[in-house]
Design a protein around this ligand. Structure first.
Ligand SMILES: NC(=O)c1ccc[n+]([C@@H]2O[C@H](COP(=O)([O-])OP(=O)(O)OC[C@H]3O[C@@H](n4cnc5c(N)ncnc54)[C@H](O)[C@@H]3O)[C@@H](O)[C@H]2O)c1
Length: 159
C-alpha cells in the first residue's frame, strides 16, 4: 500500500469503468485506490465519473467524484477544497505527460494496424505506454517533488 494516508486528485479520471478500455486518468485513479489513496475522481463527464468512483468504492477503495473542467478556475478551487478536506497540508501538484497508449481516445485508431504502425515507429521503446506515471509521483520517495512534469512517452520527445 504505497499511497496509504494520501489523497490523489486525478483529472480526466472518468475513464476507469470496469470492462471498458481505461484512459490514463481512470487507470491512475484505480491504481491509486489499490495502493491505499483516497481518490478524488475529477472530470467533466459526470455520469462516467460517478460510475468510476462508485466502482472503486464497491471494490473496497475510497473514492468520490467531483466535477472539474480543468479550464475552469472556479471548478479548480472547488475540487481542491474537496481534496483539502481529506488532507489539509503538504499538497503537491504534478502532471504526467504520456505517450501512445490504448485508451478510449485511441482504441479505434490503434485497432487498425496501418494507423498503429507509423505511431509505433516513432517510439524508441517500440511499445505502448501505461498509466504507471502516478507510481513515481505519489509515494513518500517523491515527497519533495511538486510542480513537476513527468514525461512517460517511451522516449518520443527525447529524440
Ligand atoms: N492515449 C494516448 O495514446 C495519448 C498519447 C499522448 C497524449 N495523450 C494525452 O493524455 C491525456 C489523457 O489521454 P487518454 O487517452 O486517457 O484520453 P481519454 O479521451 O481516454 O480520456 C480523457 C478524459 O478527460 C476528460 N476530459 C476532457 N476534457 C476535460 C476537461 N476540460 N476537464 C476535465 N476532464 C476532461 C474526458 O471526459 C475523459 O474522461 C490527454 O490529454 C491526451 O491528449 C494520450
Amino acid at each position: 500500500m504505497r499511497f496509504q494516508g494520501k489523497v490523489a486528485l486525478i483529472t480526466g479520471a472518468a475513464t476507469g469503468i470496469e470492462g471498458q478500455t481505461m484512459g490514463f486518468g481512470g487507470a491512475s485513479a484505480r491504481l491509486s485506490a489499490r495502493e491505499g489513496a483516497r481518490v478524488v475522481v475529477a472530470d467533466v463527464n459526470e455520469s462516467d465519473g460517478e460510475r468510476t468512483a462508485a466502482q472503486i468504492a464497491e471494490s473496497g477503495g475510497d473514492a468520490i467524484f467531483k466535477r472539474l473542467d480543468v479550464a475552469s478556475e472556479r471548478e479548480w478551487s472547488e475540487a481542491i477544497a474537496a481534496a483539502v478536506q481529506y488532507a489539509p497540508e503538504d499538497i503537491r501538484v504534478n502532471s504526467v505527460h504520456p505517450g501512445f497508449a490504448l485508451t478510449p481516445l485511441t482504441e479505434e485508431a490503434f485497432s487498425d494496424p496501418k494507423l498503429m504502425a507509423p505511431g509505433m515507429a516513432s517510439v524508441p521503446l517500440g511499445r505502448l505506454g501505461n498509466a504507471n506515471g502516478i507510481v513515481y509521483l505519489a509515494p513518500d520517495e517523491s515527497s519533495f517533488v511538486t510542480g513537476s512534469e513527468l514525461v512517460t512517452d517511451g522516449g518520443v520527445t527525447a529524440q
